[in-house]
Write a new protein. Sequence first.
Length: 593
Amino acid sequence: MRSLKHRITEDLIPLFRRRLSGVDALPQLALLGLISGIITGVVILLFRFAIEWPLETFLPARHDEAFESLDLITRGLLPLGGALILGLLMHRLAISDRKVGVTYVMERLNYHQGYISLRSGIVQFVLGIGTVITGQSAGREGPAVHLGAAFSSLLGQVLKLPNNSIRTLVACGCAAAISASFNTPIAGVIFAMEVVMMEYTIAGFTPIILASVSAAVVNQVVYGAEPAFSVPPLTMTSLMEIPWILAIALVIGVASATFVRLLVLSTRFNNQPILLRMGVAGLLMVPFAILVPEVMGIGYDTVSETIHGQLPMLLLLGIAVAKLTITSVTIGLGMPSGVIGPTIFIGATLGGAMGMLGATIAPDYASSTGFYAMLGMGAMMGSVLQAPLAALMALIELTRNPNIILPGMLVITISSLVASEVFGQRSIFLSLLKSQGLSYQNSPVIQALRRVSVGAIMERSIRRIDRRITAEAARDILKAEPRWLVIDGQNGPTALLPSVDLARYLEDHADALVPNDDTPDVIPEIDLMEIPANRRDVGPVQYQATLEEAMAAFEESHAEALYVQRHVAPMIKRIIGVVLKSDIESYYQYKKV
């Protein structure tokens, strides 16, 4: 009787992988989503602890965001010294290892099927902590998304899952990271599908929802069930406020376009040494840290004060402009921090300031400062990310107030339209990819091909056969009724032969394939590369590859068929199937993936 371990490794795991090759493996994907969410939740807890503990320990006010409690000299030197240390660390890294954040995750999805290395995750963990604890104008959500995507991708890589499943796991990690950071599971799901994957599929929703929920549960075990911000009851006082809400949307749309444009312009200096760029970013941060210390760190304490109407209007305007300017420039210069947190900060302070201005102009009709701050937060997030649905879901979950829905939909939609249609702004992540000379392909055909692995459509009825073979050996092979014969040459597979062509040849040349009476010891051989047959040139493709990768392999190799190989041991590959281009085209056309 075989051991349980042997049965799992030899039977269950291969079956699990095979089911994941298609688009209908919901039970398997659901299990992976649940595991991904738990892993991501734990990683984000460690990440937050690594940020909060040193700040709570060493800041005079014993609060993880109280940079204002530092004296002037320390406030100025902390971000400068931190930037230089981070610059030295990044100087020692290869250029490819310096890439972090949501933009990097999207690059790996588009060009590398979601494969993210452990080294990349560790680099992001260290750099993400460094930017926040040294007082840079930073966010933790971008690094959190990178970490969630990285460790979820590693889960798929360790299990050697098909690449279409690894892509889904990356989306699960992104959703779980947002969910664990803000305690907003719905917004996490929509963020992953609207911003990162840029697609909505039924098969994708189930595992991503489970990942988001499980990460939220892990977060709530430690931090409780409350959302990231304590929000007072909010409501729109009168419909007369709608014109002012539209005005806020216009202001936020302009601010969003300015933020993205400044950031992209700052990336033009990326050809300069990283240490120099980080030093300049640190120097630029010094006057802001001294004069406007609220811009240091994540700044959620300032957001909370804004929501509760505790800051004056001019201070809010100054903070918003300062945060917008220094964040966009320093990140553009290479500071490895996130943009989601600063986006929320800028939107809340701008919205709060506009709310106070509205209350001054028309005190009888104006709602609370917190109401406008939350609207500004949602509008800036939706506009910068060009993700209105994710921003609306975040707004609803953070306020837990249905009264915010109507004005929220209005302000988020209008601000996003102003940024995209008036200023031609795309999502900040797509803009950053474009500045690197990269793109994000998300056409319906490509998305459909990415959702399926070659294992789902390959023909498994094959036999691997030497080029030269005796008639008797050929008949023995044909008894198993394989559909295709993979012909081996000196350097591996060289052609694909329909087995019916070999059977026809054996039948037509039966008399010539028996030993000659004059030389009974000489057994005639068949050269499979010489007999009349509909042979096809072949090229390799890995078992984990998606149909998109298979189509790329067809284009690169100019092959007429691909043989699917899988690693069974170090340096040993086994051919387990074949794929024709027509198989891919017919699968897409008739299966409606």
